[in-house]
Write a protein that binds this ligand. Structure first.
Ligand code: GTP
Ligand code: MG
Length: 380
């Protein structure tokens, strides 16, 4: 008998899995952050950039690009940023055709494109049933009060549009790292974004004894508001405490402590060789209770997974919701109340109720209708 009669050779089918995370950079800053993370070559992450600035799009090596408007910029006006994004609604929707589980929409707030179009893109991701994370950078003091005010309004808008928001305060980076060049300082913000994306990919792709899966992440983050995502790694006798403190004592975290967190995902990873000891688990609990003031009201989801690249190290990733960032303690932003120190929750009321600032309440149908039609006027 000819052996080949019985053997059915299956064709090799290449299965393309959707990426875990998509990073969409909106505007100049957003595009820079996305570019930096793209250059790191992370697995399971797809990338796109949207901008009103054709030059910036031309210079980007991120493979998917959406030009908003005529390509000549938004002139620092968030309403223009929003209008041109609405006109490109279909292109923006197609950005999510690769069906990621989570999308980070990254934008610098205070000018036109990121502030206006960033929340819109975040809302589109959310309307596609993708967990939508806004990752925003606030302007440094030197750019003045007007930019900061616009930024705070953009932040409120992002809070309405995305499931959760991570805030990076660029001025804080400049204050802390006075000896760094501007480029190096910006890279600090880029690194926070990269760590957050990597942490999410690890959570979803690694396996282990106690896994956290995407459903857990969704439960914790759906409409979770402001979120802390922190990552730390350490080795040695006190590796667990040190990894936790590397993650949580970062001066760039705008939430001073985790006490009061609503939901918390805590993912611990080691290699099989460097496995976690029971006493180390106890010291994690002690650290969170004693040093961070986390009590039993926080819904803690614990994961323990294996990553063979870690050797003797332990890594911890913490994602906590329900903690408002403390944004600045020296800039007075609310002219009416003159209140300082300022928490971002005290942003004053909305001067443009008909357009930009009401995006969060829009229906899907309204999202596809340009604002100039909704408001009965043409701006551009
Ligand atoms: N952290 C960080 N902030 C940046 C970067 N580039 C710009 N910014 C800040 O982000 C804010 C918004 O700036 P851009 O992103 O350039 O503005 P845009 O969204 O392109 O808006 P228009 O140019 O008006 O269309 C400003 O306050 C900048 O200081 C960057 O690479 N990293
Ligand atoms: Mg720009």
């Amino acid at each position: 008998m000819d052996l080949s009669d019985d053997i059915v050779i299956q064709p090799v089918i290449e299965v393309q899995f959707p990426p875990v995370v998509k990073i969409v950079g909106v505007g100049g800053c957003g595009g820079n952050v996305a570019q930096h993370v793209y250059d790191l070559g992370l697995k399971e992450v797809s990338f796109a950039v949207c901008n009103t600035d054709r030059k910036a799009l031309r210079d980007s090596t991120v493979p998917v690009k959406v030009q908003l408007g005529d390509g000549l910029g938004a002139g620092g006006d968030p309403e223009i940023g929003l209008l041109v994004a609405e006109r490109s609604a279909e292109d923006i929707r197609h950005l999510f055709d690769d069906d990621p589980q989570m999308a980070f929409i990254t934008a610098g707030l205070g000018k036109g494109t990121g502030t206006g179009a960033g929340p819109y893109v975040a809302q589109v991701a959310k309307s596609c049933e993708i967990l939508s994370v806004g990752f925003v950078c606030l302007p440094p003091d030197i750019e003045g009060e007007r930019k900061m005010k616009l930024a705070m309004r953009g932040l409120e808008q992002m809070r309405k549009s995305a499931d959760v928001v991570i805030v990076v305060d660029t001025q804080r980076i400049f204050d802390l790292y006075t000896e760094l060049t501007i480029e190096e300082a910006f890279k600090k913000a880029d690194d926070i974004m990269a760590d957050a994306a990597k942490a999410m990919v690890d959570i979803v792709t690694k396996s282990g004894r106690m896994t956290i899966d995407m459903a857990d992440v969704r439960t914790a983050l759906r409409n979770g508001g402001d979120v802390v995502m922190a990552y730390g790694r350490a080795s040695g006798e006190n590796r667990v405490q040190e990894a936790l403190s590397n993650a949580l004592n970062s001066p760039l975290l705008l939430q001073p402590k985790l006490s009061g967190a609503k939901d918390m995902l805590l993912n611990v990873m080691t290699s099989a060789e460097g496995s976690l000891y029971a006493k180390e688990l106890k010291s994690i609990e002690n650290y969170l209770r004693e040093k961070q003031g986390v009590d039993r009201s926080t819904n803690l989801i614990l994961g323990y997974m294996l990553d063979e690249t870690l050797g003797d190290d332990v890594s911890v990733t913490i994602v906590a919701t329900g903690l408002r960032p403390v944004i600045r303690d020296r800039v007075t932003l609310d002219m009416e109340t003159n209140s300082s120190p300022m928490d971002s929750s005290s942003v004053s009321s909305d001067p443009h109720p008909e357009t930009f600032w009401n995006l969060g309440d829009m229906t899907d149908e309204e999202m596809r209708t340009p604002a100039y039609d909704r408001a009965g006027r043409k701006r551009i």
